[in-house]
Design a protein around this ligand. Structure first.
Ligand code: BDR
Ligand code: CA
Length: 316
């Protein structure tokens, strides 16, 4: 079977960077472009981080397109406490030697999806601003994209940004609202499953047996991320939301899913950015999201660790 052709819309971000590495280490997918968005850090910084991580993994041939630096309606909300001021924790990657493409991220998404009908898998692991803008500019992408995987939301799990809201959804809830109601075939990976997938200090030790710039980057970036999880959530290790979402594109059996009528709260108040589902479907609507609600964490972690080991062995 030929590899799945994927585009990643992202705000790197420590776990975003790990998702790139997992994509590059996985023959089941072919990463054809990265679009960057504001989120964990500003859009210029997420762009720089994407280029640096690609260079680290010797994958600078993959084009990067910068997108929106502000949410559609709200003010922006960066997350230096979670990902550090640079967005990559304690990692200190050199200034990239390559540059982003001139085209805006949303236009690249539109052009690529429309010129490859039913071919492109879109993975969204940051706030959804670029994708919402693309949908408003060219609604036909909804019928032409093959499938969309979104890391976002917290249905029955507490939020990680407010009591109810997950970060990517809270940062641009209006964009999430547009995507959820777009009619695109969406699989959602909420905190309900990602918070069961913890990259532990022992997992890191296993990777560090291989001396490589890849394992050094993973150690330097996740040390910061682990300190955040310890200080804010009393979790030993760190939650790698974005790589789990990437893994589902080619290994869907890691999770169990429910087709649900789901929505995001865009009213002002304590629920802003909350993703919720009408589980009993009181309104008798057609489900709009396939939501991952069960997960086999060790199956995912083994996949992640094995792929990181093989990438690290190639890049020394
Ligand atoms: C999401 O928010 C970001 O901080 C992570 O990169 C992930 O995409 C988790 O809520
Ligand atoms: Ca992210």
């Amino acid at each position: 079977m030929s590899p799945k052709r994927i585009l990643i819309d992202t705000d790197p971000g420590i776990d975003d960077a790990l998702a790139f590495l997992l994509a590059l280490a996985s023959p089941e997918v072919s990463l054809e472009g990265i679009t960057t968005v504001h989120g964990n850090v500003s859009a210029p910084q997420t762009t720089r981080n994407a280029l640096s991580v690609l260079e680290l993994a010797r994958a600078s041939q993959i084009p990067v397109y910068q997108g929106c630096d502000l949410p559609l309606v709200k003010e922006s909300l960066l997350s230096p406490e979670t990902h550090g001021d640079s967005g990559l924790g304690y990692a200190n990657l050199p200034e990239p030697t390559t540059k982003a493409q001139a085209q805006h991220a949303s236009d690249f998404l539109i052009e690529t999806i429309l010129s490859n009908p039913n071919e492109m898998t879109l993975l969204c692991i940051g706030p959804l601003t670029n994708v919402a803008l693309a949908l408003r500019k060219e609604p036909r992408i909804a019928q032409n994209v093959k499938e969309v995987f979104v890391m976002g939301g917290a249905l029955f799990h507490p939020g990680n940004t407010t009591a109810q809201a997950e970060y990517n959804t809270y940062v641009d809830p209006h964009a999430a609202h547009i995507i959820y109601h777009s009619g695109m075939p969406i699989t959602l990976t909420p905190l309900d499953v990602t918070y069961q997938c913890i990259f532990t200090p022992d997992d890191l030790k296993r990777l560090q047996k291989i001396d490589s710039p890849i394992t050094k980057f993973i150690a330097d970036s996740t040390r910061f991320y682990m300190e955040f999880h310890d200080e804010y959530q009393r979790i030993e290790g760190c939650v790698i939301n974005d790589p789990l979402t990437l893994a589902l594109t080619f290994m869907p059996e890691i999770c169990d899913y429910q087709n649900l009528v789901a929505d995001v709260d865009v009213s002002s108040g304590v629920g802003l950015g909350n993703t919720f589902a009408d589980v009993y479907n009181y309104d008798k609507k057609t489900p709009n999201l396939r939501v991952a609600l069960g997960v086999r964490p060790r199956q995912f972690m083994e996949l992640f660790l094995e792929r990181m080991e093989s990438l690290a062995q190639k890049i020394s």
